[in-house]
Design a protein around this ligand. Structure first.
Ligand code: FAD
Length: 500
């Protein structure tokens, strides 16, 4: 029997990546039981960037029943095996943050302690030799993870690069087929219920009225409902994450696809390179006190692989969060809820994780505040964990001498990060909370890549005799070294999957 207090009408404000992801997921899950309307303004537009993802995207794709080959074709996507960091620790240095695992899942202690033990006992083997994703990426090769845990291919992980504009269009088509109604127009007024304080309706400049029981704020940096209307403050994290602008430009593809994002440190920030099927996306993320917009644009344009395909576009932002992304009957998802810069491609993940939380905690029409509290607690944990991981990249750059990097090296760090770094240095342990996004392999890649040396390892590893351990660790590196060049090139693998 249907309960009377169910939510029947959801209004989504905004049709960027967040708005259409929310519309697709909600319509897929609720079908005709909930009437979904999305308001967006073509004149205002979207941020239009956001083209690299992390492997959690597979969860969202399953949730919406996405057909992978169709999605790859529609969004001109490529596969991503991780991120290559160039010149971060110091000029001339490179390391790779791969998806998937290091080594293999052997019984007993976590694999990286076996590597640390082998190193302590004289084996000279870099961490990168123990990651198939890293070695495959180095050779421009790609394969999907194998299901059989005995195969070295099971240690792979992958995500996608895609065209943000095409992705929003793809999701819009799916949503509209699932019954979502799209209204074109600019928001003019927000009507509140004087008794509950809940938002009751949005009206557009043209006079359309959108009544709702629940409002999802996907209005981007403007945060029109959660910020401007509900008054939820923005907690500024720019003292830890100083970049506040980006200049972006696509350029022509000139070579075979490199199946990874590249992030190159620059004097006042860093530059991204994201290869797609039809073009390469580029951008310079920078701290405006340390470089002018013109200089940043000139640096970007001087560092493209191929001919620029458009004029450079400027974007402004601020790192930080809203502690309560859900207030009353307004739930903020996407840039309206906060922003962490794109260094580890986490924003689309945060959108889908916001949607997942909303589905799990989906309220009745009274919007039980306990559900909102739970949402806000878990959202804050997500943001805090990712924030610490990003700060790690910024402050552990011993060989960079520009003023931005000098400042980041000596900035006071969150206590949680100080503890984590110290524990890794002392014992090789990476202490994580159970639901943190970035797991041991990611922290290990970046700690090691940015120059942290572990002086100890878990004593459990001593249960394995030195020769056995060294032989097994070296053996795995040999298997990986032999396997990587046998994988198909990225472009051959992609062509086979999309049927080109
Ligand atoms: P927007 O795209 O800004 O959409 C806002 C929507 O609200 C639009 O449809 C707009 O029309 C509508 N709207 C606003 N005001 C009104 C109004 N008054 N009336 C009606 N409609 C209105 N994320 C990743 O995961 N990977 C990346 O590699 C990545 N790179 C990034 C690089 C940069 C430089 C930046 C700034 C962000 C990057 N992101 C990345 C983040 C990613 O771009 C966003 O998370 C994503 O695009 C979602 O944006 P959004 O939908 O929240 O907001």
């Amino acid at each position: 029997m249907e309960r009377t207090g169910r939510i029947k009408r959801v209004v989504i404000l905004g049709g960027g990546t967040a708005g259409w992801m929310a519309a697709t997921a909600l319509s897929r899950n609720f079908g005709e039981r909930v009437h979904i309307t999305l308001l967006e303004s073509e004149e205002i537009g979207t941020v239009g960037v956001g083209e690299a993802t992390i492997p959690t995207i597979h969860w969202f794709n399953e949730l919406i029943g996405l057909d992978e080959p169709e999605f790859l074709r529609a969004t001109k996507a490529t596969f991503k095996l991780g991120i290559e960091f160039v010149d971060w620790r110091e000029p001339g240095h490179r390391y790779f943050h791969p998806f998937g695992q290091f080594g293999a899942a052997l019984p007993g202690v976590a694999f990286h302690h076996r590597w640390l033990k082998a190193r302590a006992e004289g084996l000279d083997l870099p961490l990168s030799a123990l990651s198939l994703a890293t070695q495959a990426a180095t050779h421009g090769r790609f394969a999907k993870p194998a299901g059989d845990a005995r195969s070295i291919l099971s240690t792979l992980g992958y995500a996608y690069h895609f065209d943000a504009g095409l992705y929003a269009k793809y999701l819009r088509d799916l949503s509209e087929k699932q019954g979502v109604r799209r209204i074109e127009g600019k928001l003019r007024d927000v009507e509140r219920n004087p008794d509950t304080g809940f938002v009751a309706a949005l009206t557009t400049e043209r006079g359309d009225r959108l009544d709702g029981d629940l409002f999802v704020d996907c209005s981007g940096f403007r945060a029109l409902l959660i910020g401007a209307e509900m008054g939820e403050a923005f907690e500024d994290w720019s003292h830890w994450l100083p970049c506040d602008r980006a200049v972006a430009v696509p350029c022509a593809r000139v070579a075979a696809t490199t199946p990874y994002t590249r992030s190159t440190a620059r004097a006042a920030g860093w530059q991204w390179r994201i290869p797609l099927q039809h073009r390469t996306g580029n951008g310079y993320v920078y701290a405006s006190p340390h470089i002018s917009d013109d200089e940043a644009a000139a640096t970007l344009m001087a560092n493209l692989d191929g001919e620029a395909l458009a004029e450079p576009r400027m974007l402004r932002f601020r790192a930080g969060t809203r502690r309560r992304a859900w207030r009353g009957n307004v739930v903020a998802i996407g840039l309206s809820s906060g922003f962490l810069e794109p260094l580890e491609s986490t924003s689309i993940h945060l959108i889908q994780s916001g949607i997942a939380k909303l589905l799990t905690l989906f309220p009745d029409a009274d919007c039980d505040p306990a559900l909102a509290d739970r949402f806000n607690t878990v959202f804050a944990r997500d943001m805090d964990g990712i924030k610490d991981f990003l700060i790690l990249h910024y402050h552990a750059t011993s060989g960079r001498d520009d003023p931005l990097w000098r400042r980041c090296r000596t900035m006071p760090l969150p206590e949680t990060l100080v503890e984590r770094e110290a524990q890794y240095r002392r014992s090789g342990r990476i202490i994580l909370d159970p639901d943190e996004l970035f797991r041991e392999a990611s922290w290990l890649a970046v700690l090691d890549g940015q120059g942290f040396e572990a002086t100890g390892y878990n004593p459990l590893a001593d249960a394995i005799p030195q020769e056995t351990n060294t032989a097994q660790v070296r053996g795995l590196a040999d298997i990986i070294a032999r396997a990587a060049p046998t994988l198909p090139s990225h472009d051959a693998a992609l062509a086979r999957i999309i049927g080109a």
